[in-house]
Design a protein around this ligand. Structure first.
Ligand code: DI6
Ligand code: FE
Length: 412
């Protein structure tokens, strides 16, 4: 029987992590027309309820489809040489100031065609999907001129048309100062505000706007102008904040109702309080922390104390997080930041969806879109505990089983 969005599917006897917590008893999960329509404890599930449903699995752990809410998946070239320079002692900031780092990826990305960028990004996105991702945010930020930023966003949109995944796009024009604007950062910010944001909004190419607020990138005052332009065009706001130093960027973002402040290793308590008051999500990026051999830990205890939701994302990018392995990031969040496995899983499901402004995603709840993962493990914590590819038994996107491809059921 073909598996279509209208299929009625049933899983029995699964251990459910619902996006926030592990449900206490084994469950039956039912999906119809792309939505979750019933979630029933096995002890209460009757054969009559199964009528009209095709049973496609039983046993194992079911989680929401993973949500990777911060990636830079579209880029050309490699930064393996820079990796070696850093191992020999050069800092990320040193390399950036010398015209390497982000700007070296900008040169390669500008030179690449849309087709080439698509071809290079596809295997990265496929790796995310093979490890359970059903929604992904993709940023621009390696074009740094109007045409190349829009080119990147078009590639991101095309990725979502090519593979069974929901793609959310973010314009990161204010990522680094391009060489054409050396000594004229304000002039470049004017280009971002007056040309890039209006064009991306008019063409429906961006869902949100992001900035890199840092001493090697843009000042809080410059980022504020970008936030104002984003607001004028009805786009969401995100911020690369407090990654290398405390600039007050998280609190600034919170004042503009930012969906999330990301990285935040150098965030202080005032910033945490501002985020709590505004409902801004804290996105933790342990892949960048690990790759840069960072030692300043994000203020996890303060975030917990003030009730700021913590999302967790790959930050997949060629410089600071060349990692397309979501369940490894669950592990790194626990080992490096001491998140609990439950917090890490919520960070890549319900809280990541909140960081994208799409709160109905990342949940296993009646009425939610049927984006689901069935894992060949006994308990949800194993996803964070062990680092092991290949545990994804089924991936369901919008009610359609799309992994493993061509297989629509397994034996119980
Ligand atoms: N912070 C990061 O970690 C990425 N961007 C940013 O603002 C790194 C991007 C890169 O190095 O290519
Ligand atoms: Fe990033």
């Amino acid at each position: 029987m073909p598996n279509t969005p209208s299929s009625s599917l049933l899983w029995r006897d699964v251990c459910v992590f619902d996006g926030l917590q592990v449900l206490p008893t084994p469950m039956a999960v039912q999906v119809r027309a792309g939505r979750i329509v019933a979630l029933t404890p096995m002890a209460a599930f009757t054969d009559a309820q199964a009528i009209g449903y095709r049973e496609v699995g039983c046993g194992g752990v079911m989680t929401p489809g993973l949500v990777d809410c911060h990636t830079h998946l579209v880029f050309a070239g490699s930064r393996a040489e820079e990796f070696e320079q850093r191992l020999e002692g050069a800092s990320y900031a040193d390399i950036a100031r010398a015209g390497g780092g982000i700007l070296s990826t900008v040169r390669a990305t500008r030179a690449a065609s849309e087709e080439q960028l698509l071809a290079q990004a596809l295997p990265r996105l496929q790796a995310l999907l093979a490890d359970g991702v059903t929604s992904v945010e993709i940023k621009s930020g390696y074009g740094l001129n109007l045409a190349d930023e829009l080119k990147m966003l078009r590639v991101a949109r095309r990725l979502g048309e090519t593979l069974p995944v929901r793609v959310v796009t973010t314009l990161l024009g204010a990522h680094a100062l391009p060489p054409e604007f050396t000594d004229d950062a304000d002039g470049y910010i004017a280009l971002v505000c007056n040309e890039m944001i209006p064009a991306a909004a008019a063409e429906g190419l961006a869902d949100a706007v992001d900035v890199f607020c840092e001493h090697i990138a843009f000042s809080p005052a410059q980022c504020e102008r970008v936030f104002q332009a984003a607001q004028r065009h009805g786009l969401g706001i995100k911020v690369h904040a407090e990654q290398l130093s405390n600039q007050g960027a998280s609190a600034l973002g919170a004042r503009y109702g930012a969906l999330s402040a990301d990285h935040i290793e150098f965030l202080d308590e005032a910033g945490v309080q501002a985020m709590a008051a505004a409902g801004t999500v804290a996105t933790l990026l342990p892949g960048a922390f690990h790759t840069l051999r960072e030692t300043q830990l994000p203020p996890i205890a303060l975030l917990r104390r003030h009730g700021v939701p913590m999302a967790l994302a790959s930050d997949a990018n060629p410089g600071t997080s060349p990692i397309c392995f979501p369940t490894l990031l669950l592990n790194l969040a626990c080992t490096l930041f001491r998140l609990t496995p439950r917090e890490a899983l919520a960070g890549m499901t319900a809280h990541a969806a909140q960081a994208l402004g799409l709160p109905e995603l990342g949940r296993i709840a009646v009425g939610a879109p049927a984006d689901l993962c069935l894992w060949a493990i006994q308990q949800p914590a194993e996803l964070a505990y062990a680092v092991q590819p290949g545990r994804l038994r089924q991936r369901v996107f919008n009610g359609i089983i799309s992994h493993p491809s061509g297989v629509s059921a397994h034996e119980c």
